[in-house]
Design a protein around this ligand. Structure first.
Ligand code: GUN
Length: 286
């Protein structure tokens, strides 16, 4: 039987509607709307389009947003100075340095300077540390969206075999930590994993965050598994994920489409994190 489609667009819309009511209530209570500042360095077209869709989503949810667009050759010191300025502004609650950054800027240094209570990406050492210790404050958005999609599928995470392919700081590692917190048995695979298929075939929950088109093929998936696709590649005119969707949907129990799966959820979780950051600053600990 063909897999159930995990529709991220519909789930994200429902969460954004619920969030808009909470944002309105926050704004009434504090006399100030939550505000997200995005830092975009350079002209990567995909990054520009992400930042524009984030700004539109903020506006629809009642969140104020500002975008700081800097030239591709901006020195790292100028980016760090902007981070310090936004750290200090009491009307800015969330700061999002859009990745990737040009080569002269080390993203670890930028995130190292961010105030943890404004870190809506959950990528500062402090927030990653809280997550690793099992007490997340602000956690990365795509992993939060992945967990929300699995929960919406009604899948029991506790006791399941979860296999994640890809060990990035932004997706693979924090997704592993969040699933571990929910009592999954977690395997984190990567480019040097020997016999990848031997791992993926055991997965009740399979998360593909590799960045290589259609890497997960039908024979790599356990029948009935929940398959979450985080990859996004352009092949010809088409957008495809890390999962061979048409083949894998024949064996999986549930699967995210690409596009329309994890992408909209990432934005929804960013909005939720922005409200959580504003609450942390105005109401105390997250
Ligand atoms: N670039 C692609 N995805 C993301 C994300 O979730 N956060 C940031 N800051 N940059 C990104």
């Amino acid at each position: 039987m063909a897999a159930r489609i995990l529709d991220g667009t519909t789930l994200a819309r429902a969460r954004r509607e619920r969030l808009a009511a909470e944002v309105a209530e926050f704004t009434r209570r504090h006399g100030v709307a939550p505000c997200l500042a995005a830092i975009l360095v350079g002209d990567n077209p995909a990054s520009r389009s992400y930042v524009e869709s984030k700004a539109r989503a903020c506006a629809r949810a009642g969140i104020r947003s500002e975008t700081f667009h800097l030239a591709a050759d901006t020195p790292a010191t100028d980016v760090l100075a902007l981070v310090e300025e936004l750290n200090a502004r009491s009307d800015v609650h969330g700061i999002l340095p859009q990745l990737p950054m040009p080569p002269q800027i080390d993203p670890d240094v930028v995130f190292g300077r961010l105030r943890p209570d404004k870190d809506v990406d959950g990528l500062t050492p402090a927030n990653m540390g809280h997550l690793a210790l099992g007490h997340p404050r602000l956690a990365p958005c795509t992993p939060l969206g992945i967990l929300a999609l699995i929960d919406a599928a009604g899948v029991e995470i506790s006791g399941s075999e979860a296999v994640i392919v890809g060990r990035s700081n932004i997706v693979g590692k924090p997704t592993a930590l969040l699933l571990l917190l929910r009592h999954a048995t977690v395997t984190l695979c990567h480019s040097r994993t020997a016999d990848l298929a031997a791992h993926t075939r055991r997965a009740d929950i399979l998360v593909a965050a590799i960045g290589r088109a259609r890497t997960i093929r039908r024979e790599m998936v356990k029948p009935g598994a929940v398959v979450i696709d985080v990859g996004i590649s352009r092949i010809g005119g088409a957008i495809v994920g890390d999962v061979d969707f048409e083949a894998v949907r024949e064996v999986a129990g549930a699967i995210t489409p690409m596009p329309g799966g994890t992408g909209p959820m990432t934005i929804a979780m960013l909005l939720e994190n922005t409200l959580a950051a504003a609450r942390w600053q105005l109401e105390g600990a997250a």
